[in-house]
Design a protein around this ligand. Structure first.
Ligand SMILES: NC(=O)c1ccc[n+]([C@@H]2O[C@H](COP(=O)([O-])OP(=O)(O)OC[C@H]3O[C@@H](n4cnc5c(N)ncnc54)[C@H](O)[C@@H]3O)[C@@H](O)[C@H]2O)c1
Length: 262
């Protein structure tokens, strides 16, 4: 498919995991991709992977939760590729499982800065360019953990719930501009962020339990989230705005302990 032919895209957190899979998918569909991450080695690896598959990508190493850096990311994409059509804001940190009553403001500020404020900055700086241009797609990575408790740290869940609201509010703030803002809510996917869960399950020989509360009975692959991101980036999603899409094997459709075995 060539749905993104000629599109200029930024993907933050694309040195690994869902972001890397999305960079490869976007480039395969014809986009030029600015691969943004914190690690020089990882971002360059992603760029190499994209180029090896015949795609166009450039690496940028920066902290995508700092306002001046996000302004620089937008400017760099325009300088490298001649414009900006898609901004996929995808960075996050998981927070800690410290008991709620012992959590600190510092932890919450750190988690909100990287998980939520990064998305606000993407909306603000990519949005300014796209509104002036009269088109664009902004995609925010939220999480199925934003919908209910117990799928991640409390600060993480709350920070991602704010991302869902941001997608709705920003879409409305940009009403009439032809700039779309949507959020993706992945379920459990094996990446750098969740590696420990998978490694521990494998070590205990209970890998088959991973995803067992999910109707599809498995965890997801980064490519399955990338597929949704590519769709939302493309004109196939031209009438989709202000929405939050769970891509989670169905886990958010159910109460995990209420299912009757048939
Ligand atoms: N893996 C899952 O099960 C899962 C589930 C729900 C949501 N998500 C979300 O998917 C997104 C991608 O995560 P992933 O699972 O691919 O994990 P990942 O750790 O592989 O990817 C996150 C990337 O973001 C980068 N990053 C973090 N802070 C940054 C910063 N300040 N500036 C620049 N880069 C930064 C990291 O270096 C890393 O490459 C995250 O928003 C995460 O919350 C993941």
């Amino acid at each position: 498919m060539n749905r993104l032919r000629g599109r200029r895209a930024v993907i933050t957190g694309s040195g690994s995991g869902i972001g890397r899979a999305s960079a490869i998918r976007f480039a395969n569909e014809g986009a030029s991709v600015l691969v943004v991450g914190r690690s020089l080695e990882n971002t360059h690896q992603t760029v190499e992977m994209v180029r090896a598959a015949g795609g166009i990508a450039v690496a940028m190493v920066t902290d995508a939760s700092v306002e001046s850096n996000v302004a620089d990311i937008v400017a760099r994409c325009i300088a490298e590729f001649g414009g900006l059509d898609v901004f996929f804001s995808n960075i996050a940190i998981p927070g800690t499982n410290t008991p709620l009553l012992e959590q600190t403001v510092q932890e919450w500020e750190d988690v909100y800065r990287i998980n939520t404020i990064s998305c606000f900055l993407a909306v603000k700086h990519a949005g300014a360019h796209m509104v002036a241009q009269g088109s664009g797609s902004i995609i925010l990575t939220s999480s199925a953990a934003s919908l209910r408790a117990n799928a991640g740290a409390i600060s993480y869940s709350a920070s991602k719930a704010a991302v869902n609201s941001l997608a709705q509010c920003a879409a409305n703030a940009f009403a009439g501009s032809n700039v779309r803002v949507n959020a993706i809510l992945p379920g459990l996917v094996e990446t750098q962020m969740t590696r420990k869960v998978f490694e521990q399950a494998r070590a205990k020989g209970i890998e088959s339990k991973i995803g067992h509360v999910t109707p599809l009975k498995r965890a997801g692959q980064p490519e399955e989230i990338a597929a949704m991101a590519a769709f939302l980036a493309s004109d196939d999603a031209s009438f989709i705005d202000g929405q939050c899409f769970a891509v989670d094997g169905g886990v958010s459709s159910t109460h995990p302990f209420g299912r009757i075995a048939l």
